[in-house]
Design a protein around this ligand. Structure first.
Ligand SMILES: [Zn+2]
Length: 257
């Protein structure tokens, strides 16, 4: 390898606690990016559109059920109408073909034909009733289909914007993950595993700076006696917060980050 080694970080950053803070800052940034990705306004909007579309599809299924019932009722009425028409035709044929028949028989046939005509009017009325009931259902189904088409178009556009945002955030995440791996590799193993344990238990924060006499993790003030004790500890001593248990990094060891 002839390539030059990457530039060394500042000397203060070489102590494990400064590296630990660097890892913590990167982990915090990664968590923020992941949260931003999950909470994208476009993703929320897309989920809302998809929920709306699902509700409309359920309604369409109900309407389809109703329309199929109307269809069954109408075809039943049409069958009855066809049977009545056929019967009337047969009777009329008999009337025309039976000129010499007894008047009594002819009157009986004419009376049945008249009944059949009445029945046909009745069937027509029933068909009209079904068609009137069906009309608003058909109209609603049309409105649903139009709205679904509109939602599909909006969803498509939103999905593209979500995908673009994801790509951008993923690129940033990948850079952060690379830096994180580099920094974490510089941590002593015991400190790294202690940090990981704390981080998984304490909402992603395992190490914190002492800022203005407070723990940067839980923000509670440290007693002045404790601050004084910490000040006199050996640089490699691991200090933890009595309140939250996180690893505390003294300002003198925090590096310039
Ligand atoms: Zn604390």
């Amino acid at each position: 390898m002839t390539d030059a080694a990457p530039p060394e970080p500042a000397a203060a950053a070489d102590n494990p606690f400064a590296v630990l803070l660097a890892v913590q800052d990167l982990d915090t940034s990664i968590a923020q990016h992941e949260h931003r990705k999950a909470a994208l306004a476009e993703r929320r909007e897309l989920e809302a559109l998809q929920a709306r579309a699902a509700a409309i599809r359920r309604r369409v299924a109900e309407l389809d059920g109703q329309r199929s019932e109307f269809g069954t009722r109408l075809s039943h009425l049409e069958e009855q109408t066809a049977a009545v028409v056929a019967r009337r035709k047969a009777l009329e044929d008999r009337l025309y073909g039976a000129r010499g028949a007894a008047g009594r028989d002819l009157r009986a046939i004419e009376s049945e034909v008249a009944q059949l005509v009445g029945r046909l009017h009745q069937l027509e009325d029933e068909e009209l009733v079904v068609m009137e009931e069906q009309e608003p259902v058909d109209q609603e189904a049309e409105r649903c289909a139009a709205e679904l088409a509109e939602l599909a178009e909006q969803s498509k556009q939103l999905a593209e914007r979500v995908a673009e945002a994801d790509v951008a955030i993923d690129a940033e995440l990948s850079v952060l993950a690379g830096s994180r791996a580099t920094e974490a590799a510089r941590l002593p193993e015991a400190l790294a595993s202690r940090y990981e344990t704390l981080r998984s238990r304490l909402a992603g924060i395992g190490a914190a700076r002492i800022v203005d006499g407070r723990c940067g993790g839980c923000h509670l003030s440290l007693p002045s006696v404790e601050l004084d004790r910490i000040k006199h500890l050996a640089p490699d001593a691991v200090v933890t917060c009595d309140q939250c248990g996180r690893i505390l990094v003294r300002p003198s060891l925090a590096g310039g980050r």
